[in-house]
Design a protein around this ligand. Structure first.
Ligand code: R7I
Ligand code: MG
Ligand code: MG
Length: 370
């Protein structure tokens, strides 16, 4: 695999971190004005200005656990991931975790990790959480399964790996499918031809095709209470993606209130993952009153402008732009304000080395384990 692929692996995880660190201070805001964001980013990019250092939140803490688990186990090991989530949480519980995921960590510990999926499956009266916590941490997985040699195998391996990783904390189909949508979007961004203008409609159509299969297959096997999810516009990712596509077709982006109302800015996966994707795709071209030529920065600024779950939506949009453009696409002036940038780049490099070894093994007929 090429040096530019290495940079795109690193850019993906640096994108998670930078979106999370810079978006953290705005989490829970009703919205953030574009004028304020223009000033905020101009200040950060001014080398003479010193600003408070921005720490990462649970989004990066859990991404780190997923990345290190994949790097060290060389497979998707839900038990190892569960143990890492719990020890990371215990080491620093004040990273802004979701309101109920702490119960999963506590119960994993109390049951001595007997079943890594058990505590998550008992959340919310047995329905499982539909928070965006599975999606926000998933981007190391499409890097891990990335293959230059076999496209179709790569996708089915990825879907299975995402489901396993998600179910450690989120067993609700909406939580899992949100993670699938973000993972396949990272995969597609990583595969987008470097230097080529993105056809955002075609990009969205590619994701719709996959999500239609995922929702169709799930409704055949799912519990009765879950089988209606893909029919309801609020809970069908296909329907949300169709809205993303229609927003992108407008000459100017819709007003933030419409984006918030229709796509959402909440902590639930179905009201944040499509929004992050929209921010990334809308940022491919200039956005009125957002003052930057850089797509990565524009994606973050639009995410923060919408308010709500800004660290998570910014982090997911950042991962997508980082996957498309690599390290060079992330303004270096932003990095000095964020914690752990060197580590994030290293996780990307380690996952690249692993994917490269697996790609050459699979081209010799050896299967990647997942
Ligand atoms: O999904 P999760 O890890 O939270 C991630 C979010 C990100 O924004 C982070 O930045 C951090 O701020 O939190 O944590 P969960 O506790 O599993 O889910 C988050 C919230 O979603 C829950 O606390 C609930 O408020 C809501 N939620 C549900 N509400 C009703 N019914 C999740 N599932 C349900 C449900 O089934
Ligand atoms: Mg967070
Ligand atoms: Mg958040």
């Amino acid at each position: 695999m090429s040096a530019s692929t290495l940079s795109r692996f690193q850019g993906t995880l640096l994108g998670v971190l930078v979106g999370d660190c810079l978006g953290g201070p705005f989490e829970g805001s009703k919205y953030v004005s574009k004028a304020h964001l223009n000033k905020y980013f101009a200040k950060m990019l001014d080398p003479s200005v010193r600003l408070p250092f921005k720490t990462y939140t649970d989004d990066t803490a859990m991404t780190k656990s997923v990345a290190l688990s994949l790097i060290q186990c060389r497979r998707v090991d839900p038990m190892d991931m569960a143990k890492r989530f719990v020890s990371e949480y215990n080491a620093d519980p004040k990273r802004g975790y979701g309101a109920t995921v702490g119960d999963v960590f506590q119960n994993l510990h109390l049951t001595a990790f007997e079943d890594p999926f058990g505590p998550a499956s008992r959340q919310f009266g047995g329905m499982g959480s539909y928070g965006n916590g599975a999606a926000m941490r998933i981007s190391p997985v499409p890097l891990f399964t990335h293959s230059t040699s076999d496209e179709s195998d790569d996708l089915s391996t990825l879907l299975a790996a995402v489901e396993t990783c998600s179910k450690v904390t989120h067993s609700n189909p909406l939580g899992i499918r949100g993670a699938i949508l973000h993972a396949i979007a990272v995969r597609a961004a990583l595969r987008h031809k470097a230097g080529e203008k993105m056809d955002t409609t075609a990009f969205t159509n590619g994701l719709i095709d996959i999500m239609a299969q995922v929702e169709g297959a799930d409704s055949g096997k799912a519990h009765m209470t879950h089988s209606k999810l893909d029919k309801d516009p609020e809970t069908s990712y296909v329907k949300k993606l169709e809205i993303v596509r229609s927003f992108l077709a407008l000459n100017e982006p819709p007003h933030r209130e419409e984006i918030e109302e229709v796509l959402g800015t909440a902590v639930s996966a179905h009201r944040s993952v499509p929004t992050a994707l929209y921010c990334f795709l809308a940022a491919q071209k200039p956005i009125p009153e957002i003052e930057t030529d850089n797509v990565f920065q524009r994606a973050l600024m639009l995410s923060f402008h919408l308010g709500g779950d800004t660290d998570t939506i910014g982090s997911m949009a950042g991962a997508l732009a980082g996957a498309q453009f690599g390290l060079d696409g992330i303004p270096s002036g932003l990095l000095k304000h964020c914690e752990a940038t060197k580590q994030a780049v290293q996780w990307g490099e380690d996952l690249f080395n692993l994917a490269e070894t697996s790609s050459s093994a699979s081209s010799k007929g050896t299967q990647r384990s997942s």
